[in-house]
Design a binder for this molecule. Structure first.
Ligand code: NDP
Length: 402
């Protein structure tokens, strides 16, 4: 029977564990491992013996240490590792996969701790080694990156002969009732949204100040929300894999209250990622801040409202006519909580990670090497989105506002 290992027991890891257990006939034996074993145990206990008559196995592992990972891999012998720890661990986990002969899937590209820089180059550099080892690495299989990339691949396959303009639009119209909280790991989230903006136009990257470009966009079932151009990692692989794109941008909604808090956090130095000495101890301000902010995994209980994430694409259809296409999913925070005890952002990330793993386990997404999700067949994945809690909708030839 096949075996699957999930690394990371945060909000996303919780959802992956629930969804893998729900689909246990595809996955066989399941193990959840993370830095803090008690968190894995709590998740396994909450899920109980939902799958077969078995409980999820748990283990402690420091995913920064390749040797520890290799010994865990060699004892559990997983066929695939789902990495939902932090982006800092991507390379050590990939190294361990190569050493122990295990396939790999993640939801966020590697970034070095000392620099907020999102680039695929470090992971793409593993291409030959994974190929030679006959192992598959699936990169960026959350919602964005992940579903947004698959939406784009689906549009290219079924609707367009040439895609010219791609705008990924990400709205969280939820309310968690806290003055300030992030929806996923605060350190990763704040590093992402405070960096300069960047988008693709006419064959090159255009840089902007953080949050410089913004406008209200209308989201289905939600209405208008101020949306900001920020850099997001899937743009890098999408412009490479779909070279007809003349422009590719990523828009995210932020409330005024969130932006004000963010500005203060930056102005007072709490977003710093370099270590400082405090009372003789070295601390990294943003890591200290994470320790005092609400845990994203605990936001679910009072979270109301919904997320809406999709792709708005303009180009030429298969018959040579102009076409606009919008494909999106809306996800209610309350529904996510009811099913998995987590909020919508963890849910919309964890469900696609499970589906990607399912695609691998079924042999549909299996090719030696390192690939971004848009390089695989989108159709069976799109079909599963509808079955696994993230249904999608299409709007054809309407004003995209962009
Ligand atoms: P959390 O911070 O809630 O969880 C991260 C988990 O990883 C924690 O359990 C943590 O352990 C564990 N961890 C951290 N370092 C190590 C280590 N060295 N060894 C073992 N375990 C470790 O994050 P989220 O669940 O919110 O996010 C998980 C991932 O999902 C991130 O990479 C994030 O970037 C990505 N993501 C992707 C999205 C997408 O759409 N593609 C959207 C949202 C998130 P401990 O509990 O001890 O701290």
């Amino acid at each position: 029977m096949s075996r699957i290992l999930i690394i990371g027991a945060g909000g996303v890891g919780t959802v992956v564990a629930y969804k893998v257990a729900q689909n246990h006939e595809v996955f066989g034996e399941i193990m959840l491992a993370s830095r803090t074993k008690s968190k894995c145990d709590a998740i396994a206990d909450a899920i109980g013996t939902q799958y077969g008559n078995k409980k999820i196995q748990t283990a402690q592992v420091d995913a920064d240490v390749v040797a520890d990972l290799v010994s865990l891999f060699n004892s559990f012998k997983p066929e695939l590792v789902i990495n939902v720890a932090l982006p800092y661990q991507d390379l050590t986990i990939m190294d361990a996969c190569l050493e122990a002969g295990v396939n790999y899937l993640d939801t966020a590209n590697y970034e070095p701790k000392e620099e907020a820089k999102f680039e695929y180059k470090w992971q793409w550099a593993y291409q030959d080694r994974f190929k030679e080892a006959g192992l598959t690495a699936i990169l960026g299989c959350g919602f964005d990156p992940g579903v947004t990339s698959i939406f784009t691949a689906y549009a290219a396959k079924h609707y367009f002969s040439e895609m010219h303009y791609l705008d990924i639009v990400d709205c969280n119209a939820g309310d968690h009732g806290k003055a300030f909280a992030t929806n996923f790991n605060p350190e990763i989230n704040i590093r992402e949204v405070t960096q300069p903006g960047k988008y693709w136009e006419n064959g090159q990257w255009v840089m902007t100040q953080p949050h410089e470009i913004h406008k209200p966009l209308n989201y289905p079932n939600i209405g208008p929300k101020e949306s900001y151009v920020i850099y997001h990692e899937e743009l890098e692989s999408l412009v490479k894999n779909f070279p007809t794109l003349k422009r590719a941008r990523f828009w995210m909604t932020f409330g005024q209250e969130y932006l004000t808090h963010l500005r203060v956090i930056q102005n007072i130095g709490m977003a710093r990622i370099d270590p400082i000495i405090y009372n003789g101890v070295e601390i990294v301000p943003i890591q200290f801040l994470k320790a005092v902010l609400p845990d994203p995994g605990d936001l679910g209980e009072n979270y109301t409202g919904e997320t809406s994430i999709g792709c708005r694409i303009k180009g030429i259809d298969k018959e040579g006519k102009e076409l606009t296409y919008y494909v999106y999913n809306n996800c209610l925070h309350q529904d996510a909580f009811k099913e998995t005890g987590t909020q919508g952002v963890s849910y919309t990330t964890g469900v696609p990670a499970m589906i990607g793993a399912m695609m691998f386990m079924k042999g549909i997404w299996r090719k030696p090497g390192v690939y971004n999700v848009e390089e695989f067949n989108p159709d069976p994945f799109m079909e599963q989105l509808n079955k696994q809690g993230l249904p999608w909708h299409e709007v054809i030839n309407q004003d995209l506002e962009l």
